[in-house]
Design a protein around this ligand. Structure first.
Ligand SMILES: NC(=O)c1ccc[n+]([C@@H]2O[C@H](COP(=O)([O-])OP(=O)(O)OC[C@H]3O[C@@H](n4cnc5c(N)ncnc54)[C@H](O)[C@@H]3O)[C@@H](O)[C@H]2O)c1
Length: 398
């Protein structure tokens, strides 16, 4: 099959298996180049949301930075003879191949991580293959959650609270600057967003793992959050998703107490804005990312997904006691939130038009990174060559 990109709104409906494999290889090489201290890191790791974005980068950092054995959980579609699979499927297949070449344990569960079945399967595999895990990374980003007991479907909303949000944004289909308008979330939508992206599911995971005895003494857990800046606050931190992330902070406190009893602990890690499938769906994020990337690249401060996770492991989770903010969070958004970076973004925000979009922001870089997420626009891949969309690997299907 010859596969070319087909973009619809904020997703690309096709994916390239070879391009995805090269993306994973590149992240592995970046991690190796950091020369992390293998003695001071995780050994056996469970990553929930392990197939793309920050979860994939966490898995790569654990395995290739520290030689850790990893079990990944994700929800992806395999490719068939007729149709490519999701990018996450190919990323996970590539990870599995490279980890096994390295002699590292790698196994995965493909299914709904919000279900009790996924937790039961993970516990079974940990008992069977690893005994216990010393790190649990929680990195789910999902628009829906099926509640595990009632089966009720909850949906998250990317909406402000209280007032209609009006802001400059990019129509990524037309590469044009528009005025976006988003109606405020209802009380029900806020509660539902919290049910999907808040901390309850993370707590259910830790509760199940702990009760099953598969958490090693001193085990740690980390879940990812975003706070952002004045520019994105109305739609994110002060919006429905922000309420969900506040609930993640609450859960971190509870889990930290629980794991603390065995000398372990839990934190929320606040990460910077990067191009992922999840961030592409949030109104205003593409434009904000195009600006902040421009500024941070110019200032030599740019970090991509893998750089953030390498730094999280080496300088926050391991390598001695790391400073946390007043809410106990590990902050990796420190460079992005620097005054000079934010002032420069605000200045660009006031100036941007459809005509100067490519010139004054890094929108070209944004678009490139977006297509790269699906395996496209890589110089080292021949996109006119026939490629087999079927990739199988060591994965348990739920
Ligand atoms: N992208 C950013 O700019 C950014 C910034 C800061 C924090 N974060 C946070 O990082 C976390 C991960 O986001 P991302 O941007 O890497 O997203 P992503 O879309 O790249 O990855 C999401 C992962 O979750 C998995 N997943 C989704 N629903 C699932 C389900 N029901 N069962 C099993 N797996 C499921 C996917 O398979 C994938 O592995 C989120 O908590 C997000 O808020 C993201």
């Amino acid at each position: 099959m010859i596969i070319k990109p087909k973009v619809r709104g904020f997703i690309c409906t096709t994916t390239h298996p070879v391009g995805c494999e090269q993306n994973v290889r590149e992240q592995i090489e970046a991690t190796r180049a950091r020369g992390l201290d293998k003695q001071d890191g995780p050994k056996k790791v469970l990553v929930i949301g392990a197939s793309s974005g920050y979860g994939l980068a966490a898995r790569i950092t654990a395995a290739f930075g520290y030689g850790a054995d990893t079990l990944g959980v994700f929800f992806e579609k395999p490719g068939t003879e007729k149709k490519p699979g999701t990018a996450g499927w190919y990323n996970a297949a590539a990870f599995d191949k490279f980890a096994k070449q390295e002699g590292l344990y790698s196994k995965a569960i493909n299914g709904d991580a919000f279900s009790h079945e996924a937790r039961d399967k993970a516990i079974e595999l940990i008992k069977q293959d690893l005994g216990q895990v010393d790190l649990v990374v929680y990195s789910l980003a999902s628009p829906v959650r099926k509640l595990p007991d009632s089966g009720e479907l909850k949906r998250s909303s990317l909406k402000p609270i209280g007032e209609t949000y009006r802001a400059t944004a990019i129509d990524t289909n037309k590469d044009a600057i528009i005025e976006a308008e988003v109606e405020p979330a209802t009380e029900q939508e806020i509660a539902d967003t919290q049910a999907v992206m808040g901390g309850e599911d993370w707590e259910l995971w830790i509760d199940a793992l702990d009760k099953a005895g598969v958490l090693a003494p001193g085990a740690r857990s980390v879940a990812f959050s975003y706070i952002g800046t004045e520019i994105t606050w109305p739609i994110y931190w002060h919006g429905a998703l922000g309420k969900a992330k506040e609930d993640l902070d609450r859960a971190a406190g509870e889990i930290d107490k629980r794991l603390g009893e065995q000398d372990g602990g839990a934190n929320v890690a606040v990460l910077k804005s990067v191009v992922t499938q999840a961030s592409a769906a949030i109104p205003v994020m593409p434009l904000y990312i195009a600006m902040v990337y421009k500024v941070m690249k110019e200032q030599g401060l740019h970090e991509g997904t893998i750089d953030q996770l390498n730094r999280l492991f080496a300088e926050r989770l391991y390598g001695g006691e790391a400073a946390t903010d007043e809410a106990g969070r590990l902050r990796l958004d420190d460079w992005e939130l620097r005054d000079d970076v934010q002032q420069a973004c605000k200045a660009l925000w006031a100036e941007v038009t459809t005509d100067n979009l490519f010139e004054i922001t890094d929108y070209a870089g944004y678009k490139h990174d977006f297509l790269k997420l699906f395996g496209f626009e890589r110089d080292d891949v021949d996109y006119d060559a026939d490629v087999d969309p079927v990739r199988s690997f060591d994965v348990v299907e739920l």
